[in-house]
Design a binder for this molecule. Sequence first.
Ligand SMILES: *Cc1c(COP(=O)(O)O)cnc(C)c1O
Length: 388
Amino acid sequence: MAASRSGVPASPHHHSRMPRVTIDTEALKANWRTLDALNGPARTGAAVKADGYGLGAVRVSQALFDAGCRDFFVAWAEEGVALRAGLDAAGLGDARIFVLQGVALDDVPACLEARLIPVLSNLAEIAAWCEGLERAGAKAPAALQFETGMNRLGLDAAEIPIVKAAQAGGALDVRLVMSHLASADEGTEQREAQRRQFLAICEYFPGVERSLANSAGSFLGPDYAFDLVRPGIALYGGRAGAPSDGKLEPVATLTAAVLQVRTAKAGEAAGYGAAAKLSRDTRIATVGLGYADGYPRAASGAGVPLRETRPGAVAFVAGHLAPVLGRVSMDLTLLDVTDVPAELVEPGTRAEFFGPNVAIDDVADAAGTIAYELLTGLGKRVALNYQS
Ligand SMILES: *Cc1c(COP(=O)(O)O)cnc(C)c1O
């Protein structure tokens, strides 16, 4: 089934020529199980913020719940409310939903209603949460995030006495203490320092669940797993930076249809700015996918600054790799299909832009970005299809 994320009607069948992402929910579950097995007794949660890394938070979470996941992380209370509604509608009641970006006073009623657990990262948020609980006459669990080296969100260790006072006051019921690794996938020095600092902070919260590791951290062994790991990108098949992340399966496949095939002569050019100068007679497949769909212009075959330092992206058509030719435009991308047997490429043929045959991280490398940005940047007119 295709889910439309815009006013554009999405075909429930596969007849639409529009771009689509196919999400392999079995691969998603397999990746969760792989990570879960790596970390023994620790619980394995899932980061499903930004609409499940672009893949549909509700459907992704339902699949992960089915695999055994019970701890979900979103960024905003609004995302948590939508996720709770989706899980409740599917009868999946006992999931914990953590809101990484905490709460403002106005968010508290919605958080309570949806049974969200705010991750409080500063004293103002703690005060807002406690006041909101008092106004509502409610009691509810919260999580705390501490700063250990990223200088992003988090309480400072020096604020622990104030936090303890709020706890003693009875309103603040801390169920999880967490921090976030800045360099889980590069170098050991900073992450070791963060781990030591985190351990010292956790001393003040005896018996409270602890969580430090994201995807890359999930590969670092028991020293980093604590009680709960919070992978995101690895679940979705992105590179997590560990040698053993090769066991993860691709989850998302972006495909788009060839609209026209034409042959241009050596010496001609193709696309905007005549950036692709053709050195041979070239068969060109024009595909209905562009930067408006989230396929980055920086992945162009020519005519963008990154091409001075690294090759452009490739797609996979009819069993062959085909380089992106010239500049990616808003709605269209050209592929050089000269080396693909002519009879295999015609209007309607779908090309894979990332998936099992074109690693999403290779596309990201070509575009000077990361798989996270490709997934979360998928355009509104890209339909999501779930396959199990
Ligand atoms: C996004 C996020 C994660 C998951 O990160 P990945 O690198 O995708 O595994 C974990 N923890 C926090 C605080 C996050 O913001």
